[in-house]
Ligand binder design. Sequence first.
Ligand SMILES: Cc1ncc(COP(=O)(O)O)c(C=O)c1O
Length: 395
Amino acid sequence: MNSAPGVTFSRRLAWMTEENAMAHAEAKRRASGLPILDLTLSNPTAAELPYPTDALAQAFANPAIADYQPSPRGLVQARQLVAGDYARRGAVVPAENIVLTASSSESYALLFKLLGNPGQTVLVPEPSYPLFDYLTALEGLVPRTYRLAFDGHWHVDFASLDFTDVAVLVVVSPNNPTGSYLGAGDCDRLAELVAAHGVAIIADEVFADFPIAPAPDAVTAIAKRELPSLTFSLGGLSKASGLPQMKLGWIAATGPQSLVGQALGNLDLVADSYLSVGTPVQVALPKLLDIGGTLRAAIHARVLRNRKALAARIGKDSPCTLLPAEAGWSAIVRVPEIMSDEAWALHLLGDHGVLVQPGYFFDLDMGATLVVSLLVPPAVFDQGIEILLAATEKG
Ligand SMILES: Cc1ncc(COP(=O)(O)O)c(C=O)c1O
């Protein structure tokens, strides 16, 4: 039999990425049927939260879901509701400055297409969450990191910013997993630099609604500030409303009026090529935002409860330290440096059945650190943390 002819795949991704040691160990443990205390849970729908399933179904019981009115920015009624959500957060953003998308990841994709030429660079923070390698590569762009430095508080290391051939600068505020908001001073300085280099800022604020201990100068919504740079804030139902399954995100464009106008006109062309936001979710949005408010409160209470339990359990005599956080769903625990973070994570999973993420997943470079999710149901969280800390205390 003839073998099938070959096919050439794009060079955007390496495609056959090797499974890392943690993924391999997790797959092995799951296949063996042994229990896992999962401290990495990030899906709120799997976190024993009170989802009002009837009310969710009711939200879509509306004949308007049968109409189709294609519009690149999304239905005006839905955009007005998003403008209302910015008002709830203290920012004035007109509905015409809002573009609806299917998710924050898609918001990045549309903005990267708007702003970057193939091969150009996107400045992304380090440490931060690992998706940027993919999101940039899929648009033919290249990530370059700038550092966030920690001295008890996280801030931008301006010396690490290299603007050579940069298309756009990304800030994540609050950042995942450091839980740090961009400070007002850093924000203004970044905006001036970015404007001077003729590029824009993307501010990912998906965790902004989950404050833990914000610094007094924390920028909780970048749209509140009058900045010299073209700025795109990202938000959506996925985190702030605990509704990732609805697939609705948004971009809010702010900054100098003429730049915003140009950007929105061009973004219309990009969004019009896909029109990926479904009508049902836009029609259901008034009710989804209501339900989301209740879910947000439940998630926030969960995160605060788990953080408090973790801080209390670590106490003063532990060899571990809990890094401070201003906001978000994650906690970073520094563990004794007798082995690497990956070795700790493999040991905890293999010998104790506790699944955590090693800090290197997020390019955390500060000794041995483990990242745990504060979204985990309390019973599992407490049990997992107890085992983790007991293991580190034993050495
Ligand atoms: C900082 C940050 N931004 C964006 C996303 C993706 O959000 P979405 O589900 O809206 O694509 C995540 C997901 O974990 C995230 O951590």
